[in-house]
Write a protein that binds this ligand. Structure first.
Ligand code: HEM
Ligand code: HEM
Length: 213
């Protein structure tokens, strides 16, 4: 028997899809900005491919930044599963879950430690991803507004100069790409192995748990 539990608020689901979809646009347009794959001799005659790609990159960049503001808000004011302490290995329950998940993911044990929110391994990876996103936003806005006092201040303090900030911006892109591939794989793996209805939970907000009886 299973019980249905409300797990993810609408705001968290909104964050998820704003984040996931904007990253797809940012990676494609980011690659174009790095190595344009059309003939740039067309630029400023009949079409403006680089200008359009950069425009799409910046629009998606604002969506990405708004998503991160939502997530930071939820880390403090979200429901019990959404707050940051639910995924930090600072309680016995969370440390046990971290080790049990590592054993299960490496096929050493078959035991699945059932809990409503993220498992701690996933949750920690999401925290690292949100941190990476903050550096991506600062380096992005520093490149976009290099002379605005706010972005220049943070950009110079963290990256030193524009060239370094562009390099870090590029390297961090690979984190998001590799994360996305492993993430989608593990979501499907968990959905196949477990009864929780994991994938539908990021659309509906509900998860399923075994009843005790
Ligand atoms: C996951 C998020 C993001 C990814 C994967 C990404 C990726 C990239 C890549 C690959 C480049 C080309 C740099 C290079 O390799 O030479 C780039 C450039 C740039 N990005 Fe992003 N970016 C992201 C987020 C952002 C954000 C949030 C902003 C802020 C508005 C931003 C603003 C810029 C700017 C201003 C440039 C330089 C454009 C130019 O040189 O003409 N990016 N981005
Ligand atoms: C078809 C594509 C996708 C599906 C089906 C999917 C599904 C899910 C599911 C089921 C969860 C909750 C998992 C858990 O409890 O640990 C989740 C969380 C998450 N996903 Fe995805 N995802 C997709 C694409 C992406 C992409 C492309 C990204 C970003 C690169 C992403 C970033 C995240 C993040 C950051 C979380 C954590 C949410 C939080 O902060 O609480 N997802 N996703």
């Amino acid at each position: 028997m299973y019980e249905k539990h409300y797990c993810w608020s609408i705001l968290l689901r909104l964050f998820h899809w704003m984040f996931a979809l904007s990253i797809v646009v940012l990676v494609v347009t980011g690659f174009y900005i790095n190595t344009p794959w059309t003939n740039t001799m067309l630029e400023y005659s009949q079409s403006w491919p680089m200008a359009w790609m950069r425009y799409m990159h910046f629009v998606a960049g604002y969506v990405f930044s708004a998503a991160i503001i939502i997530r930071l808000f939820l880390y403090i004011f979200g429901n019990a599963q959404e707050r940051i302490w639910d995924v930090l290995p600072i309680t016995k329950r969370n440390i046990v879950n971290l080790f049990k998940t590592l054993l299960q993911y490496s096929y050493i044990s078959d035991e699945h430690d059932e809990r409503l929110g993220h498992n701690v391994l996933a949750g920690l990876t999401y925290v690292v991803t949100v941190l990476a996103a903050i550096f991506q936003i600062i380096s992005g806005f520093y490149m976009l507004y290099p002379e605005a006092a706010f972005w220049e201040g943070w950009g110079v303090a963290i990256f030193g100069n524009q060239q370094w900030s562009r390099y870090i911006h590029h390297l961090l892109m690979w984190w998001f790409m590799i994360f996305a591939m492993i993430h989608v794989y593990l979501c499907i793996w968990n959905d196949v192995k477990g009864p929780e209805g994991l994938i539908s939970s990021i659309f509906t907000g509900d998860k399923f748990k075994h009843t005790k009886a």
